[in-house]
Design a protein around this ligand. Structure first.
Ligand SMILES: *Cc1c(COP(=O)(O)O)cnc(C)c1O
Length: 251
């Protein structure tokens, strides 16, 4: 790894965290409530090692196959002590947390489940049921932590639930014993207009508060996964607890 690249990434992470902290200040939030997830779908696996050395442990992929491959490579690197954090005074074990953020097909669920911390992209009862059954078959101890993905921009080509369908699905998914809905996820449209993005984030928060107010989900329902490179500041101001950022970390 060229040191230049590593320094660049370290600088970008620092700048992004600074922007998040400022957005939190403006909206009277605690910066510790916002988790930065590095979206590694477009970068080489070497860059993932660099992120881990910089103690950026939350990683996201949007394709199951790529997540599986990289999970295996990184696990091997860690077991061979090829990844050691730079910063920690005492060497701690590196434990990455993998997030699945892309569209998920039901036939891929079983392979994915043992590897991920969160699935951000659940948008149908059939998929939720598949996750529930697969978890039972695999004998997983912990409930699978999922987000319901909402199409807040109502663009036809996008994945995610229609705004009006979220509450009903949350009620149905809550009856499945092996799942835990930890929050809601959305993607704003690709636009430079921050007001449009902010509107989508505010809408997600409204749905979130409605579900919480009606006590449809349990106390673990706490998260808003929203905000990418172009719009994460607005997302944090609107209440994001997880931002998913790729380009801004790597460019
Ligand atoms: C690619 C992707 C991101 C990150 O996008 P950037 O613009 O690179 O920050 C976030 N969320 C999802 C679901 C993605 O597919």
């Amino acid at each position: 790894m060229e040191t230049g690249i590593k320094e660049k990434i370290a600088e970008n992470l620092k700048r992004i965290k600074g922007n998040i902290a400022e957005a939190c200040l403006r909206s009277r939030r605690d910066p510790l409530q916002v988790r930065l997830i590095a979206v590694t779908k477009t970068v080489d696996v070497n860059i993932i090692r660099t992120l881990l050395e910089l103690e950026q442990l939350d990683l996201a992929e949007s394709r199951v196959q790529q997540l599986i491959e990289r999970h295996a490579i990184i696990r091997e690197s860690i077991s061979k002590h090829l990844i050691l954090p730079d910063i920690a005074p005492v060497q701690k074990p590196v434990v990455p947390r993998w997030h699945m953020i892309g569209h998920l097909q039901r036939n891929k669920v079983k392979q994915l489940l043992p590897l991920v911390e969160h699935i951000h992209s659940v948008d149908s009862l059939r998929l939720a049921e598949e996750i529930n059954t697969a978890s039972a078959r695999l004998g997983l101890n912990d409930k699978v932590k999922i987000f319901l993905e909402v199409n807040t921009s109502q663009e036809k080509q996008k994945y995610g639930l229609a705004v009006g369908a979220v509450t009903a699905l949350a009620e149905q998914v809550e009856t499945l014993p092996n799942l835990q809905i930890v929050g809601l996820m959305t993607m704003a449209p690709l636009t430079d207009d921050q007001d449009i993005c902010r509107f989508c984030f505010a809408r997600l928060r409204e749905i979130f508060e409605e579900i919480r107010g009606e006590k449809i989900c349990g106390p673990y329902f706490q998260h808003l996964s929203m905000g990418m490179s172009q719009d994460y500041v607005a997302a944090v101001e609107e209440g994001a607890t997880m931002v998913r950022i790729g380009a801004a970390i790597f460019s």
